[in-house]
Design a protein around this ligand. Structure first.
Ligand code: XMP
Length: 509
């Protein structure tokens, strides 16, 4: 096991993820963890993360210098490297010039275990205002840059390593090699950890924590809440109640698919409650055209329905949420302008009587959640599902939402997804049909039509913060168009959205 001690840097969970990619188990803990606890955990290696402080400030995050004498290999990254230098007698100062971004680093020694297989000149990601001006006694400087005299240093005999740059981010071109060297060559990890170990361990921990208690899960049918629900069901079976609110704004057949998996005829021993609440939602949305108002109505109504169901169940001990790591980071930022008020089934705690929130996936990234889902035997169509917004089709229908418009967009979207799947198009982050609020003149048979235009959207993105419009094969677009205008009543025109994000957003509202 590798222990990551968190000094408040932005990329801490990314470090953990990189370690896990090497099939080595990894946990992130606060930098305040006691030495006794660390000895008890007996990690094979320790990584000190970056952080926002300056090591020489009185109240800066620190650790005991004894940490470096436990006989456990340590890798300090950025702030962690400066802390190692500072606590062991080196000198840390404000750098004359800050280094941010991709920087060429020159390796000085050809024999560092950390840099085995790394080029002498290698591009690394820097982000620092302080730097190590002088390495502590016993340390050898193993890399530098024109600005940074100690871009990396090590004391091989004591198994202490430090890098000023961030090997965990992808812009450090050979960062993965360095971390692999650390966990295997330096820490001697076996590399036999797999996601099934996470799954088994989490189930045991949940079982121990919840005991005979009762848990409630708001199930959306999306990947995250489905994986969380299955983990819980394996841990506590029928002590778990899953409430699935069908707001009538789901994709075609989605409600039934979720019920097939989690309902009484599915493989899991959970108490499943499906609330068919579409009429309530349609009534509330009648006549409303403003996107933010629609979002708020859907979000609030969702909570109300959930609350009513939760009350029927009575007090529960635990509320289960499918929060994953990117949600944690995004909610931590919280300072940017509100572009859209995102609604997530996660945001319910104020309304439900419970003791504690359980978030078994909060340290995982999306692809890791999918891997865990496969380990748990969740069907592929659920595990591989593309992201679907909480307000559902409500924000893919421009203008007023009506039952008829929901039918149109559901059918068009189902055709589009079928054709994309059939053509085996890969690399799409998200793709869907939206119903514009525009009607136009067409001709069908010998008659005039005046019908809606469907907009197709497909984007490539890795983080959903920015996105490029995908260049779908023309044949796929043509086939989809022809099927939609022929099979979906009320549509006579299909448009393709070529806009990126920014300036557009991925969803239409
Ligand atoms: P936008 O439209 O903001 O979407 O570019 C970025 C990503 O977020 C999803 N999205 C939501 N997800 N609740 C969610 O859980 C929401 O209210 C919501 N709005 C947008 C969107 O599908 C895309 O993946």
């Amino acid at each position: 096991m590798i222990l990551v001690l968190d000094f408040g840097g932005q990329y801490n969970q990314l470090i953990a993820r990189r370690v896990r990619e090497n099939h080595v188990y990894c946990e992130v803990h606060p930098h305040t963890m006691s030495l006794d606890r660390i000895r008890e955990m007996a990690p094979k290696g320790i990584i000190l993360t970056g952080g926002p402080n300056s090591v020489y400030q009185a109240d800066s995050a620190s650790c005991s210098p004894e940490l470096f004498r436990l006989g456990i290999p340590v890798l300090g990254i950025c702030y962690g490297s400066q802390l190692m230098a500072y606590l062991l007698g080196g000198r840390v100062e404000t750098a004359p010039t800050s280094e941010y971004g991709k920087t060429e680093v020159t390796l000085r020694s050809g024999r560092s275990k950390l840099f085995a297989g790394v080029d002498t000149k290698t591009i690394c990601w820097m982000s620092h205002t302080d730097y190590i001006a002088a390495a502590p006694d016993g340390f050898q400087i193993t890399a530098d840059t024109p600005v940074c005299p100690v871009a990396a240093m090590e004391n091989e005999a004591e198994n202490l390593y430090a890098v000023q740059f961030h090997p965990e981010v992808m812009h450090t071109v050979q960062g993965k090699v360095m971390l692999k060297n650390f966990v295997y060559a330096i820490c001697g990890c076996a590399g036999d950890w797999k996601m099934d170990s996470f799954v088994r361990r989490t189930i045991c921990e949940l079982r121990e924590k919840i005991g005979n208690g009762r848990a409630l899960c708001a199930l959306s049918g999306g990947v995250d809440s489905s994986v969380a629900a299955v983990l819980l069901s394996k841990a506590i079976g029928s002590q778990l109640t899953c409430v699935f609110v069908d707001h009538g704004l789901l994709r075609k057949d989605e409600g039934d698919q979720v019920e097939a998996v989690f309902g009484p005829n599915g493989p899991y021993d959970v108490h499943f409650v499906r609330v068919n609440a579409k009429d309530r939602f349609y009534q509330k949305l009648a006549g409303v055209t403003d996107p933010e108002q629609k979002r708020k109505i859907i979000g609030e109504e969702f909570i109300r329905v959930f609350e009513e169901e939760a009350k029927k169940i009575g007090a529960v001990d635990y509320l289960v949420q499918g929060t994953i790591y990117p949600d944690v980071i995004e909610s931590g930022l919280g300072k940017s302008a509100v572009i859209k008020s995102h609604h997530n089934v996660g945001g319910l705690p104020d309304y439900v009587d419970f003791k504690e929130i359980v978030e078994p996936l909060r340290l995982l990234f999306k692809d890791e959640v999918r891997t865990a889902g496969r380990e748990l035997g969740i069907p592929d169509y659920l595990v591989n599902r593309q992201p679907f917004p909480g307000p559902g089709l409500g924000i893919r229908i421009i203008g007023e939402v009506t039952e008829e418009k929901v039918r149109i967009v559901q059918e068009a979207d189902a055709i589009y997804r079928e054709e994309v799947a059939k053509a085996g198009v890969e690399g799409l982050g998200q793709y869907f049909a939206a119903l514009t609020n525009m009607r136009s003149v067409g001709v069908m048979g010998d008659g005039r039509t005046y019908d809606y235009a469907i907009a197709l959207r497909a984007v490539m993105t890795s983080d959903f913060m920015t996105a490029e419009s995908a260049q779908l094969p023309w044949e796929v677009l043509q086939k989809t168009t022809s099927r939609i205008v022929n099979e979906v009543r009320g549509v006579n025109r299909v448009l393709y959205d070529c806009t990126g994000k920014p300036p557009a957003t991925i969803e239409f509202e």
